[in-house]
Design a binder for this molecule. Structure first.
Ligand SMILES: Nc1ncnc2c1ncn2[C@@H]1O[C@H](COP(=O)(O)OP(=O)(O)O)[C@@H](O)[C@H]1O
Ligand SMILES: [Mg+2]
Length: 235
C-alpha cells in the first residue's frame, strides 16, 4: 500500500539546513502493523507526515495504493487523506471548542456524509473506545487517557484503510498506553494497515514488523530487530 523510494526531506531555517529524511526507502504492505522506532530527531514524525500527505517531500517517489502522490494537487491530496487515512497524535489534537461528539464527527464531515449517518457512526466509534458517556463534554474536561481514546475514535470513525499514529501513548501512563495499543491492535485485526511511531520497544513488539530510523535513514540489518539494545551491539 505504501511504496517509498529514495525519499529525502530537508528543513531550512535561516542559514541552517536539516536533512530530516535521507534517501529513505520503505514498503508497507496492506494489512501490516508497522512500528517505526528511533531516537528523538531521527525523522519519525517527518516520515509519518509524509506518509499521511501532510507534508510533501523534496526528492524521491511515494506511491500510495499505486498513486504517485507527487501528481496530486492540494485538493486531491486532502480528498485522498480524508478517504483513506486516520491519524492519532501524541498530543491528541482535539479541537477544544468542539464537544467530543463533534470532534469525532470531523472526518465524516470532511467526507460530506449525511448528518444522521454521521451521528450513528460517531456513537458506534465512541462506544468502541468506551467514551460514549462523555459524548457531550468538551475535551478539556477529560483526562489524557480519555482524550486519546476520543482521538482514536476520530481516527477509526471513517473506517480508514490506513491508520497513522505518532507516539500515541507518549503522554499516557502505562495502563492507558496499553488500552490505546489494544485499540490499535483491534483496528489492525479488522483489516486496517497501521503505522505507529514509538520509541518504546515494549510497545513496538505488538506490531507485526519493526523498522528503526537513525538520522533520517532506515538502519539496515536491524529492520526487524527485537530491541534497540541489540541494534546498537550489531553496529
Ligand atoms: N518544521 C521543522 N523545521 C526545521 N527542522 C525541523 C522541522 N521539523 C523537524 N525538523 C528537524 O528534522 C529532524 C527530524 O525531526 P522529526 O521528524 O520531528 O524527528 P522525530 O519525530 O524522530 O523526533 C530533526 O533534526 C528536527 O529538528
Ligand atoms: Mg516525533
Amino acid at each position: 500500500m505504501i511504496e517509498m523510494n529514495d525519499i529525502s526531506k530537508r528543513y531550512r531555517s535561516g542559514l541552517f539546513e536539516t536533512v530530516a529524511l535521507h534517501r529513505l526507502s520503505l514498503k508497507v504492505a496492506r494489512g501490516e502493523f508497522l512500528a517505526v522506532l528511533g531516537p528523538s530527531g531521527s525523522g519519525k514524525t517527518t516520515l509519518l507526515n509524509a506518509i499521511g500527505l501532510l507534508d510533501p517531500v523534496d526528492e524521491g517517489t511515494y506511491r500510495l495504493d499505486g498513486v504517485d502522490v507527487a501528481t496530486l494537487d492540494d485538493a486531491a491530496a486532502s480528498r485522498l487523506r480524508a478517504e483513506k487515512i486516520g491519524f492519532v497524535f501524541q498530543r491528541f489534537n482535539l479541537l477544544p471548542d468542539l464537544s467530543v461528539r463533534d470532534n469525532v464527527a470531523l472526518p465524516l464531515r470532511y467526507r460530506g456524509i449525511p448528518r444522521k449517518a454521521q451521528r450513528q457512526r460517531v456513537e458506534v466509534a465512541l462506544e468502541r473506545v468506551g467514551m460514549m458517556a462523555r459524548a457531550d463534554h468538551l475535551p478539556g474536561s477529560l483526562s489524557g487517557g480519555q482524550q486519546q481514546r476520543v482521538a482514536v475514535a476520530r481516527a477509526l470513525v471513517g473506517r480508514p484503510a490506513l491508520v497513522l499514529a505518532d507516539e500515541p501513548t507518549g503522554n499516557l501512563d502505562s495502563v492507558n498506553a496499553r488500552r490505546i495499543l489494544d485499540l490499535l491492535q483491534d483496528i489492525h485485526a479488522e483489516g486496517a494497515t497501521v503505522v505507529m511511531v514509538t520509541h518504546d520497544p515494549g510497545l513496538a513488539v505488538r506490531a507485526t514488523r519493526r523498522v528503526h530510523l537513525l538520522d533520517g535513514r532506515v538502519i539496515e540489518g536491524v529492520a526487524d530487530g527485537p530491541a534497540p539494545s541489540e541494534a546498537s551491539s550489531w553496529r
